[in-house]
Ligand binder design. Sequence first.
Ligand code: AN0
Ligand code: CP
Length: 320
Amino acid sequence: MKSFTNVFDLGDLNQALAEAFEIKKSRYQYEALGHHKTCLLIFFNNSLRTRLSTQKAARNLGMDVIVLDVNQGAWKLETERGVIMDGDKSEHLLEAIPVMASYCDLIGVRSFARFESRDDDYNEKILNQFIQYSGKPVFSMEAATGHPLQAFADLITIEEHKRTERPKVVLTWAPHPRALPQAVPNSFADFMNEANVDLVITHPEGYELDPKFVRGARVEYDQKRAFEGADFIYAKNWACPGVTRPEAYGQILSKDMSWTVDSEHMSWTNNAFFMHCLPVRRNMIVSDDVIEAPTSLVIPEAANREISATVVLKRLLQSL
Ligand code: AN0
Ligand code: CP
């Protein structure tokens, strides 16, 4: 594997899951693989889980880790070519990338959607520059349109908890006070569409996800109907993806609190598990009682981030 940005980079998902369970049983078994190798983690945005779980994964594999928070202590980076750099940005990404790459063997990048241009975000302008100019294996730690390490961890968690061969999995939009990226729902749909699950996506009108990720999944605008018989409820807020409403890309179209997942919502399901990638705003996305219930998987999902990252970094190391 030369880079990791979406589900297709993993190849056979059953094989990837088998590898994940093998690593979960014995997480230091590939410790020799990373000897004298360095993993650089570059954060343009905040993180708790990704920051910790990816460092842990790199150490499981015997690697050294360097973490760079671009906005805290590094020079402000210009990302556009052709700009006269007379503003507050002291360095260009086109120099910074090869310099950073010279100190490491693998590069993880977190760079959220900026919501300035849908084309720039959906063409993964920043992540692709790292892939193009670093000459090193690059993996996404949540880029503009995807968060595949999260979705892989979610798939592992579903596999561990499913009660039927082909569970019904519902991805539901929920309200949030700020405009959030589509990376998490995009990657969740990307992975679920390749997994052995029945995926239903529900959201208010205007929140249609990009067809590249929705593919053959059923879209149901009636949240109650979507929840009926569900085995897993995966909640997430996202801002307008600009599919049916291009002019509203990145905007908040609704704060309808009737979409908040509470115990009444969960009563419509087949005693479903509740999932969310975290961080979550309680009583906006999900009620206290639902996230605290024994059927809430938010902590196991976060713990599985170490496992998904260990599988991915192991495969990238094996490609060196
Ligand atoms: C981010 C998002 O919605 O993409 C990160 C989630 C893993 N969440 C926030 O910015 C609150
Ligand atoms: N789920 C997730 O990626 O969390 P962080 O933003 O804290 O890394």
